[in-house]
Design a protein around this ligand. Structure first.
Ligand code: SF4
Length: 482
Protein backbone atom coordinates (compact mmCIF):
# COMPACT_ATOMS: atom_id res chain seq x y z
CA UNK A 1 0.00 0.00 0.00
CA UNK A 2 1.29 3.43 -0.89
CA UNK A 3 1.44 5.91 1.99
CA UNK A 4 -0.33 8.57 -0.03
CA UNK A 5 -3.46 7.08 -1.52
CA UNK A 6 -7.00 8.34 -1.06
CA UNK A 7 -10.58 7.46 -1.87
CA UNK A 8 -13.56 9.83 -1.71
CA UNK A 9 -17.22 8.95 -1.23
CA UNK A 10 -19.54 11.89 -1.80
CA UNK A 11 -23.16 12.25 -0.76
CA UNK A 12 -25.51 15.07 -1.57
CA UNK A 13 -25.74 18.06 -3.80
CA UNK A 14 -23.59 19.46 -6.57
CA UNK A 15 -21.79 21.71 -4.08
CA UNK A 16 -20.55 18.61 -2.27
CA UNK A 17 -19.55 16.99 -5.56
CA UNK A 18 -17.65 20.14 -6.45
CA UNK A 19 -15.95 20.25 -3.03
CA UNK A 20 -14.89 16.61 -3.44
CA UNK A 21 -13.58 17.20 -6.95
CA UNK A 22 -11.51 20.13 -5.69
CA UNK A 23 -10.22 18.10 -2.74
CA UNK A 24 -9.23 15.25 -5.09
CA UNK A 25 -7.35 17.64 -7.39
CA UNK A 26 -5.68 19.34 -4.43
CA UNK A 27 -4.53 16.00 -3.02
CA UNK A 28 -3.22 14.90 -6.41
CA UNK A 29 -1.29 18.19 -6.65
CA UNK A 30 0.29 17.29 -3.28
CA UNK A 31 1.45 13.91 -4.60
CA UNK A 32 -1.45 11.69 -3.52
CA UNK A 33 -3.04 9.19 -5.89
CA UNK A 34 -6.59 7.87 -6.02
CA UNK A 35 -7.18 4.25 -5.09
CA UNK A 36 -10.22 2.02 -4.73
CA UNK A 37 -11.96 1.59 -1.40
CA UNK A 38 -10.07 -1.03 0.57
CA UNK A 39 -6.73 -0.05 -0.92
CA UNK A 40 -6.54 3.63 0.04
CA UNK A 41 -4.89 4.96 3.18
CA UNK A 42 -7.05 8.10 3.41
CA UNK A 43 -10.79 7.40 3.12
CA UNK A 44 -12.86 10.56 2.85
CA UNK A 45 -16.63 10.69 3.29
CA UNK A 46 -18.19 13.99 2.19
CA UNK A 47 -21.60 14.00 3.86
CA UNK A 48 -25.04 15.54 3.37
CA UNK A 49 -27.79 16.30 5.91
CA UNK A 50 -30.58 16.99 3.49
CA UNK A 51 -31.87 13.44 3.13
CA UNK A 52 -33.51 11.26 5.73
CA UNK A 53 -31.40 9.70 8.51
CA UNK A 54 -28.12 11.24 7.36
CA UNK A 55 -26.18 10.25 10.49
CA UNK A 56 -27.12 6.59 10.16
CA UNK A 57 -26.00 6.61 6.54
CA UNK A 58 -22.61 8.03 7.49
CA UNK A 59 -22.23 5.52 10.33
CA UNK A 60 -22.98 2.71 7.92
CA UNK A 61 -20.42 4.02 5.39
CA UNK A 62 -17.80 4.32 8.13
CA UNK A 63 -18.54 0.70 9.09
CA UNK A 64 -18.02 -0.24 5.45
CA UNK A 65 -14.69 1.61 5.40
CA UNK A 66 -13.57 -0.04 8.65
CA UNK A 67 -14.37 -3.46 7.17
CA UNK A 68 -12.67 -2.69 3.83
CA UNK A 69 -9.48 -1.38 5.45
CA UNK A 70 -9.14 -3.89 8.31
CA UNK A 71 -5.88 -5.23 6.84
CA UNK A 72 -4.38 -1.75 6.35
CA UNK A 73 -3.05 -0.64 9.75
CA UNK A 74 -2.23 2.94 8.63
CA UNK A 75 -5.58 3.57 6.97
CA UNK A 76 -7.81 6.25 8.45
CA UNK A 77 -11.08 8.02 7.70
CA UNK A 78 -12.00 11.69 7.18
CA UNK A 79 -15.56 13.01 7.50
CA UNK A 80 -16.45 16.27 5.79
CA UNK A 81 -19.58 18.25 4.93
CA UNK A 82 -22.83 18.91 6.75
CA UNK A 83 -23.01 15.84 9.01
CA UNK A 84 -19.40 16.46 10.06
CA UNK A 85 -20.42 20.01 11.01
CA UNK A 86 -23.33 18.68 13.10
CA UNK A 87 -21.68 15.73 14.87
CA UNK A 88 -18.18 17.21 14.94
CA UNK A 89 -15.62 15.53 17.14
CA UNK A 90 -18.34 13.09 18.28
CA UNK A 91 -17.07 11.01 15.37
CA UNK A 92 -13.71 10.64 17.10
CA UNK A 93 -15.22 8.83 20.08
CA UNK A 94 -17.52 6.61 18.12
CA UNK A 95 -15.16 5.71 15.26
CA UNK A 96 -11.47 5.50 16.22
CA UNK A 97 -10.46 5.39 12.55
CA UNK A 98 -11.85 8.93 12.01
CA UNK A 99 -8.96 11.38 12.37
CA UNK A 100 -10.26 14.51 10.64
CA UNK A 101 -13.66 16.19 10.60
CA UNK A 102 -14.24 19.31 8.51
CA UNK A 103 -17.26 21.47 7.71
CA UNK A 104 -17.96 23.64 4.64
CA UNK A 105 -15.66 26.45 5.71
CA UNK A 106 -12.97 23.98 6.82
CA UNK A 107 -12.71 22.22 3.45
CA UNK A 108 -10.15 24.73 2.16
CA UNK A 109 -7.73 23.55 4.89
CA UNK A 110 -8.44 19.82 4.48
CA UNK A 111 -5.53 18.98 2.08
CA UNK A 112 -2.95 20.43 4.50
CA UNK A 113 -4.62 18.64 7.42
CA UNK A 114 -4.61 15.30 5.58
CA UNK A 115 -0.93 15.71 4.81
CA UNK A 116 -0.19 16.31 8.51
CA UNK A 117 -2.26 13.29 9.53
CA UNK A 118 -0.20 11.10 7.21
CA UNK A 119 2.99 12.36 8.84
CA UNK A 120 1.76 12.31 12.47
CA UNK A 121 -0.02 9.01 13.21
CA UNK A 122 -1.39 10.00 16.65
CA UNK A 123 -2.95 13.25 15.49
CA UNK A 124 -6.65 14.14 15.18
CA UNK A 125 -7.89 17.39 13.69
CA UNK A 126 -11.24 19.14 13.58
CA UNK A 127 -11.92 22.05 11.20
CA UNK A 128 -15.42 23.09 12.15
CA UNK A 129 -15.33 26.83 12.84
CA UNK A 130 -17.37 29.11 10.62
CA UNK A 131 -15.25 31.91 9.21
CA UNK A 132 -16.61 35.41 8.65
CA UNK A 133 -14.94 35.65 5.26
CA UNK A 134 -15.47 33.43 2.25
CA UNK A 135 -12.90 30.61 2.72
CA UNK A 136 -10.92 31.08 -0.49
CA UNK A 137 -9.08 27.95 -1.61
CA UNK A 138 -5.44 27.90 -2.50
CA UNK A 139 -5.36 27.94 -6.31
CA UNK A 140 -1.85 26.47 -6.19
CA UNK A 141 -3.38 23.26 -4.91
CA UNK A 142 -5.65 22.96 -7.91
CA UNK A 143 -4.02 21.37 -10.93
CA UNK A 144 -4.59 18.62 -13.47
CA UNK A 145 -7.17 18.20 -16.19
CA UNK A 146 -10.53 19.93 -15.91
CA UNK A 147 -13.78 18.39 -17.14
CA UNK A 148 -15.64 19.97 -20.09
CA UNK A 149 -18.37 21.02 -17.63
CA UNK A 150 -16.87 22.69 -14.60
CA UNK A 151 -18.44 24.04 -11.40
CA UNK A 152 -17.40 27.21 -9.59
CA UNK A 153 -18.53 28.17 -6.09
CA UNK A 154 -19.63 31.79 -5.79
CA UNK A 155 -20.83 31.77 -2.19
CA UNK A 156 -21.05 29.71 0.94
CA UNK A 157 -23.94 29.28 3.39
CA UNK A 158 -27.47 30.64 3.46
CA UNK A 159 -29.44 33.26 5.44
CA UNK A 160 -32.94 32.11 4.60
CA UNK A 161 -33.71 29.61 7.35
CA UNK A 162 -36.52 27.88 5.46
CA UNK A 163 -38.49 26.00 8.09
CA UNK A 164 -37.47 22.51 6.96
CA UNK A 165 -33.82 23.14 6.10
CA UNK A 166 -30.66 22.46 8.05
CA UNK A 167 -28.28 24.21 5.64
CA UNK A 168 -27.99 27.59 7.47
CA UNK A 169 -26.91 25.63 10.58
CA UNK A 170 -24.45 23.34 8.80
CA UNK A 171 -23.02 25.70 6.18
CA UNK A 172 -23.31 28.91 8.20
CA UNK A 173 -24.49 32.38 7.21
CA UNK A 174 -24.21 33.54 3.63
CA UNK A 175 -20.79 34.74 2.48
CA UNK A 176 -20.28 35.87 -1.11
CA UNK A 177 -16.99 35.12 -2.78
CA UNK A 178 -15.14 38.08 -4.31
CA UNK A 179 -16.31 38.63 -7.90
CA UNK A 180 -12.72 38.96 -9.14
CA UNK A 181 -11.85 35.55 -7.65
CA UNK A 182 -14.91 33.97 -9.30
CA UNK A 183 -14.12 35.46 -12.71
CA UNK A 184 -10.44 34.52 -12.37
CA UNK A 185 -11.25 30.89 -11.57
CA UNK A 186 -13.73 30.73 -14.48
CA UNK A 187 -11.14 32.20 -16.88
CA UNK A 188 -8.52 29.67 -15.74
CA UNK A 189 -10.95 26.78 -16.19
CA UNK A 190 -11.81 27.95 -19.72
CA UNK A 191 -8.09 28.31 -20.51
CA UNK A 192 -7.57 24.74 -19.30
CA UNK A 193 -10.33 23.35 -21.52
CA UNK A 194 -13.70 23.81 -19.78
CA UNK A 195 -16.50 24.64 -22.23
CA UNK A 196 -19.30 24.99 -19.75
CA UNK A 197 -19.36 26.55 -16.30
CA UNK A 198 -22.04 26.24 -13.66
CA UNK A 199 -21.95 28.87 -10.91
CA UNK A 200 -22.87 27.29 -7.59
CA UNK A 201 -24.37 28.58 -4.36
CA UNK A 202 -27.19 27.81 -1.94
CA UNK A 203 -29.02 30.92 -3.10
CA UNK A 204 -27.16 32.49 -6.01
CA UNK A 205 -29.75 35.25 -6.47
CA UNK A 206 -28.71 36.85 -3.20
CA UNK A 207 -25.06 36.88 -4.24
CA UNK A 208 -23.53 40.21 -3.21
CA UNK A 209 -26.16 40.89 -0.53
CA UNK A 210 -24.29 39.98 2.63
CA UNK A 211 -21.83 41.46 5.09
CA UNK A 212 -18.88 39.77 3.39
CA UNK A 213 -19.80 41.29 0.00
CA UNK A 214 -20.14 44.73 1.61
CA UNK A 215 -16.78 44.31 3.32
CA UNK A 216 -15.12 43.37 0.01
CA UNK A 217 -16.71 46.32 -1.80
CA UNK A 218 -15.58 48.72 0.91
CA UNK A 219 -12.05 47.29 0.93
CA UNK A 220 -11.86 47.66 -2.86
CA UNK A 221 -13.14 51.25 -2.65
CA UNK A 222 -16.22 50.36 -4.73
CA UNK A 223 -19.50 52.05 -3.97
CA UNK A 224 -21.49 48.84 -3.85
CA UNK A 225 -21.08 45.08 -4.05
CA UNK A 226 -21.26 43.25 -7.39
CA UNK A 227 -24.77 41.84 -7.97
CA UNK A 228 -25.49 38.37 -9.30
CA UNK A 229 -26.65 39.80 -12.64
CA UNK A 230 -23.39 41.73 -12.97
CA UNK A 231 -21.41 38.61 -12.12
CA UNK A 232 -23.31 36.64 -14.78
CA UNK A 233 -22.43 39.25 -17.40
CA UNK A 234 -18.76 39.26 -16.40
CA UNK A 235 -18.45 35.47 -16.57
CA UNK A 236 -20.50 35.20 -19.78
CA UNK A 237 -18.10 37.62 -21.48
CA UNK A 238 -15.10 35.29 -21.03
CA UNK A 239 -13.74 34.36 -24.48
CA UNK A 240 -14.13 30.65 -25.19
CA UNK A 241 -16.92 30.02 -22.67
CA UNK A 242 -19.59 28.23 -24.71
CA UNK A 243 -22.15 27.60 -21.98
CA UNK A 244 -23.02 29.18 -18.65
CA UNK A 245 -25.47 27.86 -16.06
CA UNK A 246 -26.19 28.54 -12.39
CA UNK A 247 -27.80 26.76 -9.50
CA UNK A 248 -29.62 27.26 -7.13
CA UNK A 249 -31.73 30.43 -7.45
CA UNK A 250 -34.30 31.27 -4.78
CA UNK A 251 -37.47 32.65 -6.41
CA UNK A 252 -37.88 35.41 -3.81
CA UNK A 253 -34.54 36.99 -4.76
CA UNK A 254 -34.49 36.70 -8.55
CA UNK A 255 -33.80 40.16 -9.99
CA UNK A 256 -35.33 41.46 -13.25
CA UNK A 257 -31.78 41.78 -14.61
CA UNK A 258 -31.18 38.05 -14.05
CA UNK A 259 -34.39 37.21 -15.93
CA UNK A 260 -33.37 39.60 -18.74
CA UNK A 261 -29.99 37.87 -18.98
CA UNK A 262 -31.72 34.79 -20.42
CA UNK A 263 -32.74 36.95 -23.37
CA UNK A 264 -29.47 38.81 -23.82
CA UNK A 265 -26.59 36.44 -23.01
CA UNK A 266 -26.14 33.97 -25.86
CA UNK A 267 -24.15 31.50 -23.80
CA UNK A 268 -26.52 31.46 -20.80
CA UNK A 269 -28.24 28.10 -21.30
CA UNK A 270 -32.04 28.02 -21.65
CA UNK A 271 -32.57 25.83 -18.61
CA UNK A 272 -33.27 26.93 -15.04
CA UNK A 273 -33.76 24.94 -11.87
CA UNK A 274 -36.19 27.07 -9.84
CA UNK A 275 -37.23 25.37 -6.59
CA UNK A 276 -40.98 25.66 -5.99
CA UNK A 277 -41.30 23.28 -2.98
CA UNK A 278 -45.11 23.59 -2.82
CA UNK A 279 -47.92 25.01 -4.96
CA UNK A 280 -49.98 26.04 -1.93
CA UNK A 281 -49.60 29.60 -0.62
CA UNK A 282 -50.52 28.39 2.86
CA UNK A 283 -47.73 25.78 2.86
CA UNK A 284 -45.21 28.15 1.24
CA UNK A 285 -45.88 30.55 4.12
CA UNK A 286 -45.43 27.79 6.70
CA UNK A 287 -42.19 26.82 4.98
CA UNK A 288 -40.98 30.43 5.26
CA UNK A 289 -40.25 30.62 1.54
CA UNK A 290 -41.31 34.30 1.26
CA UNK A 291 -43.00 34.04 -2.15
CA UNK A 292 -46.47 32.96 -3.19
CA UNK A 293 -47.75 31.29 -6.33
CA UNK A 294 -48.63 34.61 -7.96
CA UNK A 295 -45.01 35.76 -7.58
CA UNK A 296 -43.66 32.40 -8.77
CA UNK A 297 -45.90 32.34 -11.87
CA UNK A 298 -44.97 35.94 -12.65
CA UNK A 299 -41.28 34.90 -12.68
CA UNK A 300 -42.11 31.93 -14.93
CA UNK A 301 -43.99 34.14 -17.39
CA UNK A 302 -41.19 36.69 -17.49
CA UNK A 303 -38.57 33.97 -18.01
CA UNK A 304 -40.61 32.55 -20.88
CA UNK A 305 -40.99 36.02 -22.38
CA UNK A 306 -37.22 36.59 -22.17
CA UNK A 307 -36.35 33.15 -23.55
CA UNK A 308 -39.40 31.40 -25.07
CA UNK A 309 -37.69 27.99 -25.34
CA UNK A 310 -36.52 27.96 -21.70
CA UNK A 311 -37.02 24.67 -19.84
CA UNK A 312 -37.62 24.72 -16.10
CA UNK A 313 -37.04 22.11 -13.44
CA UNK A 314 -37.83 22.24 -9.74
CA UNK A 315 -37.75 20.72 -6.25
CA UNK A 316 -40.93 19.68 -4.45
CA UNK A 317 -41.41 18.62 -0.83
CA UNK A 318 -44.48 16.44 -0.45
CA UNK A 319 -46.31 16.11 2.88
CA UNK A 320 -44.97 19.16 4.74
CA UNK A 321 -46.63 19.32 8.20
CA UNK A 322 -50.26 20.39 7.83
CA UNK A 323 -50.40 19.76 4.06
CA UNK A 324 -54.03 18.94 3.17
CA UNK A 325 -55.25 17.11 0.11
CA UNK A 326 -56.22 20.52 -1.31
CA UNK A 327 -52.69 21.88 -0.70
CA UNK A 328 -51.28 18.88 -2.52
CA UNK A 329 -53.76 19.35 -5.40
CA UNK A 330 -52.52 22.96 -5.59
CA UNK A 331 -48.98 21.62 -6.02
CA UNK A 332 -50.07 19.31 -8.83
CA UNK A 333 -51.92 22.21 -10.48
CA UNK A 334 -48.82 24.39 -10.23
CA UNK A 335 -46.69 21.69 -11.83
CA UNK A 336 -49.14 21.37 -14.69
CA UNK A 337 -49.33 25.16 -15.09
CA UNK A 338 -45.53 25.58 -15.27
CA UNK A 339 -44.85 22.35 -17.17
CA UNK A 340 -41.57 21.42 -15.48
CA UNK A 341 -39.26 19.39 -17.71
CA UNK A 342 -38.06 17.58 -14.58
CA UNK A 343 -38.50 17.70 -10.83
CA UNK A 344 -36.79 16.30 -7.77
CA UNK A 345 -39.43 15.40 -5.25
CA UNK A 346 -39.14 14.02 -1.76
CA UNK A 347 -41.38 13.21 1.20
CA UNK A 348 -40.98 15.68 4.05
CA UNK A 349 -39.05 14.33 7.04
CA UNK A 350 -37.91 16.13 10.19
CA UNK A 351 -34.43 17.61 10.47
CA UNK A 352 -33.46 18.01 14.13
CA UNK A 353 -33.20 21.65 15.17
CA UNK A 354 -35.32 23.09 12.36
CA UNK A 355 -38.57 25.03 12.88
CA UNK A 356 -40.58 22.46 10.94
CA UNK A 357 -39.59 19.76 13.41
CA UNK A 358 -41.73 21.58 16.02
CA UNK A 359 -44.79 21.93 13.78
CA UNK A 360 -47.93 19.92 14.59
CA UNK A 361 -50.05 17.97 12.09
CA UNK A 362 -47.35 15.69 10.74
CA UNK A 363 -48.62 13.44 7.97
CA UNK A 364 -48.28 9.69 8.21
CA UNK A 365 -45.71 7.99 6.03
CA UNK A 366 -48.26 6.13 3.89
CA UNK A 367 -50.11 9.34 3.00
CA UNK A 368 -46.89 11.11 2.06
CA UNK A 369 -45.72 8.15 -0.03
CA UNK A 370 -49.06 7.97 -1.86
CA UNK A 371 -48.96 11.69 -2.71
CA UNK A 372 -45.33 11.45 -3.83
CA UNK A 373 -46.19 8.53 -6.12
CA UNK A 374 -49.02 10.54 -7.71
CA UNK A 375 -46.76 13.53 -8.27
CA UNK A 376 -43.93 11.45 -9.69
CA UNK A 377 -46.27 9.59 -11.99
CA UNK A 378 -47.40 12.91 -13.48
CA UNK A 379 -43.81 14.11 -13.76
CA UNK A 380 -42.56 10.93 -15.42
CA UNK A 381 -45.31 11.13 -18.04
CA UNK A 382 -44.66 14.82 -18.63
CA UNK A 383 -40.88 14.39 -18.85
CA UNK A 384 -41.34 11.63 -21.43
CA UNK A 385 -43.67 13.90 -23.37
CA UNK A 386 -41.04 16.71 -23.29
CA UNK A 387 -38.32 14.38 -24.48
CA UNK A 388 -40.53 12.97 -27.26
CA UNK A 389 -41.25 16.51 -28.45
CA UNK A 390 -37.52 16.99 -29.03
CA UNK A 391 -37.24 14.16 -31.57
CA UNK A 392 -36.29 15.61 -34.95
CA UNK A 393 -34.64 18.71 -33.46
CA UNK A 394 -31.17 19.81 -34.51
CA UNK A 395 -29.09 20.63 -31.46
CA UNK A 396 -25.52 20.95 -30.18
CA UNK A 397 -24.19 18.39 -27.72
CA UNK A 398 -21.24 18.93 -25.40
CA UNK A 399 -19.62 15.49 -25.13
CA UNK A 400 -18.54 14.76 -21.57
CA UNK A 401 -17.56 11.09 -21.68
CA UNK A 402 -17.94 7.74 -23.35
CA UNK A 403 -21.04 5.75 -22.50
CA UNK A 404 -20.29 2.54 -20.68
CA UNK A 405 -22.69 0.96 -23.09
CA UNK A 406 -24.84 2.42 -25.86
CA UNK A 407 -27.86 4.22 -24.47
CA UNK A 408 -26.45 4.75 -20.96
CA UNK A 409 -27.08 8.16 -19.42
CA UNK A 410 -25.40 10.34 -16.85
CA UNK A 411 -27.38 11.25 -13.73
CA UNK A 412 -29.11 14.63 -13.41
CA UNK A 413 -28.04 17.15 -10.79
CA UNK A 414 -29.46 14.83 -8.23
CA UNK A 415 -28.82 13.69 -4.73
CA UNK A 416 -26.97 10.42 -4.35
CA UNK A 417 -23.62 8.89 -3.72
CA UNK A 418 -20.77 9.73 -6.05
CA UNK A 419 -17.78 7.48 -5.72
CA UNK A 420 -14.17 7.91 -6.82
CA UNK A 421 -13.22 8.49 -10.47
CA UNK A 422 -12.21 12.03 -11.23
CA UNK A 423 -10.64 11.48 -14.65
CA UNK A 424 -13.71 12.49 -16.62
CA UNK A 425 -13.69 9.71 -19.23
CA UNK A 426 -15.58 6.50 -18.67
CA UNK A 427 -16.03 3.47 -20.85
CA UNK A 428 -13.93 1.10 -22.84
CA UNK A 429 -11.16 2.30 -25.12
CA UNK A 430 -12.24 2.17 -28.73
CA UNK A 431 -15.93 2.37 -27.84
CA UNK A 432 -17.93 4.74 -30.00
CA UNK A 433 -20.98 5.62 -27.96
CA UNK A 434 -20.58 9.01 -26.27
CA UNK A 435 -22.75 10.87 -23.83
CA UNK A 436 -23.24 14.57 -23.47
CA UNK A 437 -25.72 17.35 -22.79
CA UNK A 438 -27.68 19.65 -25.04
CA UNK A 439 -28.14 23.33 -24.10
CA UNK A 440 -31.24 22.39 -22.06
CA UNK A 441 -29.13 20.04 -19.95
CA UNK A 442 -30.82 16.96 -21.41
CA UNK A 443 -28.63 13.86 -21.56
CA UNK A 444 -27.98 12.82 -25.16
CA UNK A 445 -26.25 9.66 -26.34
CA UNK A 446 -24.62 9.81 -29.71
CA UNK A 447 -22.50 7.40 -31.73
CA UNK A 448 -19.25 9.07 -32.82
CA UNK A 449 -16.61 8.01 -35.34
CA UNK A 450 -13.69 6.04 -33.84
CA UNK A 451 -12.13 7.83 -30.89
CA UNK A 452 -8.79 8.39 -32.61
CA UNK A 453 -10.49 10.68 -35.13
CA UNK A 454 -11.36 13.02 -32.28
CA UNK A 455 -7.69 13.83 -31.66
CA UNK A 456 -5.51 12.88 -28.68
CA UNK A 457 -8.36 13.43 -26.19
CA UNK A 458 -10.93 11.62 -28.28
CA UNK A 459 -14.19 13.54 -28.45
CA UNK A 460 -14.12 14.71 -24.84
CA UNK A 461 -15.18 18.35 -24.58
CA UNK A 462 -16.22 18.71 -28.23
CA UNK A 463 -19.50 20.43 -29.01
CA UNK A 464 -20.97 18.57 -31.96
CA UNK A 465 -24.07 19.07 -34.15
CA UNK A 466 -26.63 16.34 -33.57
CA UNK A 467 -30.13 15.47 -34.73
CA UNK A 468 -32.30 13.89 -32.05
CA UNK A 469 -33.71 10.61 -33.35
CA UNK A 470 -35.13 8.88 -30.28
CA UNK A 471 -36.49 9.73 -26.83
CA UNK A 472 -35.87 7.28 -24.00
CA UNK A 473 -37.33 7.47 -20.49
CA UNK A 474 -34.74 9.91 -19.15
CA UNK A 475 -32.50 10.68 -22.11
CA UNK A 476 -32.29 11.25 -25.83
CA UNK A 477 -30.46 9.51 -28.63
CA UNK A 478 -28.98 11.53 -31.44
CA UNK A 479 -27.02 11.08 -34.64
CA UNK A 480 -24.12 13.22 -35.68
CA UNK A 481 -25.00 15.74 -38.38
CA UNK A 482 -22.60 16.22 -41.22
S1 SF4 B 1 -32.82 28.80 0.61
FE1 SF4 B 1 -33.94 27.64 2.19
S2 SF4 B 1 -33.87 25.52 1.39
FE2 SF4 B 1 -32.27 26.65 0.29
S3 SF4 B 1 -30.40 26.31 1.51
FE3 SF4 B 1 -31.31 28.24 2.23
S4 SF4 B 1 -32.58 27.62 3.98
FE4 SF4 B 1 -32.13 25.74 2.81
Amino acid sequence: MSDRTFHILTFGCQMNVNDSDWLARALVARGFTEAPLGKARVNIVNTCSVRDKPEQKVYSVLGRIRQATRKLPDAFAVVGGCVAQQIGSGFFTRFPQVRLVFGGDGSSMAPQAIERLCAEPGLRVSLLDFSEEYPERDAQLDSGPVPPSAFVNIMQGCDNFCAYCIVPYTRGRQKSRAADAVVRECAELVDRGAKEITLLGQNVNSYGQDAEATRQATAAGDGKAVSFAELLHRVAALPGLARLRFVTPHPKDIAPEVIDAFGTLDNLCPRLHLPLQSGSDRILKAMGRKYDMARYMDIVHRLKAARPDIQLSTDIIVGFPGETEQDFEDTLAAMRAVGFAASFSFCYSDRPGTRAEMLPAKLDAAEKAARLARLQEWQNDYTEQCLRSMVGLHTMVLLDGMSRKPGMTTPELQEGVHEGVHDGVAGTPGGESWQGRDPYGQAVNVVMPPRTQGGPEGWLGRIVPVTIVEAKKHSLRGVLRA
